[in-house]
Design a protein around this ligand. Structure first.
Ligand code: FHN
Length: 446
């Protein structure tokens, strides 16, 4: 092995993102073509449901009667609960209200095209009937159902794509619920992980997306990520894999800095979390965002975002070529919290009228305007107006001739009065905005 190979070998196994090793993820022309092929449906879908569900949902943000701060799914770490005690939650996990059909219908009615659920989060408990350990929904709980199988079947029945979240970080295998997931016998744990990935990609039908997480695990590195990606592709070549299969720059753990680290090369797409960038990134990306302040259920977290804010998040994200993975955290009883159901229903009402400007759309030609955002499809530019003007909307930066403009909410498509002034367009609007959250004007171009 020459000097460069030795340096490279050491470099790619370092416990942090390293530029040298990024070529582990550089794609050949054939791989790039395969990437473009598998991303097609994803770039059309634009909107999915994230589901965080596990033993932490039973804890519901409290331990020994004390409310534990921060994310509900981090309670084992934040309360430093030894695995021996924490795993007793399995005996209490009996979600009799769980109804796969209901969950999938709620997502579908909201205009969501795919679902991604936690097959195993950092706590190390598997929601599916794994043969790799008894610490799972079928063997360790009174409920005894393989909920991943039930949801996969229901998604197939309702025409919704099914994806999985999987955490490399695993406090059931670690020496303690420590942040870096340090484990004594990592090689043994890695074999366990690969066994579970094989189960999930072989036994649950087409998996549309694999959301890996916990890449900051100290013993995880770019080389392991590249190996794992090869394994996933050998089982399901078209599965879309996020950048957390590799090793993101540690800066991502600092929200203010995260937006500057959206240029890794790992996996198929970037994963901004709890924010969206104010520029158009040059890679595919998906923002995962909560409706309140936690991914996993917390009974005391009632800091819910309004449906207007969530609809505008969706528009902001699609207006920059992103996907929106909006999270729900079902309770330990298996119910999606009512405030989440209400917001998803309101989003669905908006999508039934305006979905054509979201599903299948991409970034519009006019970015970051005071009045709102734009998305586009061939022959159409959609103006999403947040701040309804009095009388005339002046739209600058038009890049194509506009033949006609109408309100997307107007089924008769009655033309609005338009006037071309240089590369601007004046559109005369009715006094009242059709929708409080965002009203959409369609400009027919070409
Ligand atoms: O630690 C996890 C967290 O619990 C949650 O699953 C989010 C979702 O993107 N990911 C990690 C934090 O970045």
């Amino acid at each position: 092995m020459d000097a460069r190979s030795i340096i490279y070998e050491i470099n790619s196994r370092l416990p942090f993102y390293n530029v040298l090793a990024k070529d582990l993820y550089e794609k050949t022309a054939e791989e790039t073509a395969a990437h473009e092929r598998r991303m097609k449906w994803w770039r059309e879908a634009r909107f999915g449901m994230f589901i965080h569900w596990g033993l932490y949902s039973v804890a519901a943000g409290k331990w020994n009667g004390i409310s534990i701060p921060h994310y509900g799914e981090w309670i084992m770490h934040n309360a430093q609960i030894p695995d021996k005690k924490y795993s007793r939650l399995a005996g209490k996990f009996n979600p009799l209200k769980f109804n796969a059909g209901e969950w999938v219908s709620i997502a579908k009615n909201a205009g969501m095209k795919y679902i991604v659920i936690t097959a195993k989060h950092h706590e190390g408990f598997s929601l599916y009937h794994t043969k790799m350990s008894k610490y799972n929904m079928v063997d360790a709980t009174p409920f005894g159902h393989d909920v991943i199988a039930e949801l996969a079947r229901e998604c197939s029945k309702q025409g919704i794509r099914f994806g999985l979240y999987y955490s490399q970080l695993d406090w059931h295998h670690a020496i303690s619920p420590n942040f870096f997931g340090l484990t004594i016998n990592f090689d043994k744990y890695y074999e366990f992980m690969k066994g579970q990935i094989k189960e999930l990609l072989s036994g649950y039908g087409d998996i549309c997306e694999l959301f890996f997480d916990g890449d900051w695990m100290l013993q995880w590195n770019m080389k392991l990520g590249a190996e794992l990606e090869q394994l996933c592709r050998s089982l399901q070549p078209d599965v879309i894999i996020n950048n957390r299969i590799g090793k993101r720059p540690i800066l991502v753990m600092i929200p203010a800095a995260a937006r500057y680290t959206m240029q890794t090369t790992c996996g198929d797409y970037e994963t901004p979390e709890q924010f969206f960038p104010d520029i158009i990134p040059n890679r595919d990306w998906e923002s995962n965002i909560t409706m309140n302040d936690t991914f996993g259920y917390k009974e005391n977290d009632n800091n819910w975002k309004t449906s207007t804010a969530l609809i505008r998040n969706l528009i902001e994200i699609v207006s920059r070529n992103g996907n929106f993975l909006l999270n729900v955290g079902p309770t330990g009883e298996g119910a999606i919290p009512e405030p989440s159901v209400k917001r998803l229903s309101e989003i669905g009402d908006w999508m039934r009228i305006n979905g054509d400007s979201i599903n299948g759309a991409k970034a519009g030609p006019i970015q970051n305007q005071r009045w709102g955002r734009s998305t586009r499809k061939p022959g159409k530019v959609f103006l999403h107006i947040f701040n309804w003007p009095r009388g005339v909307l002046r739209v600058d930066g038009i890049d194509e001739y506009v033949k006609k403009a109408y309100l997307l909410s107007d089924r008769s498509r009655k033309p609005l009065k338009i006037e071309h002034v240089g590369d601007s367009l004046n559109i005369t609007l009715p006094e009242k905005a059709p929708d409080r959250a965002a009203s959409v004007v369609v400009m027919m171009t070409g």
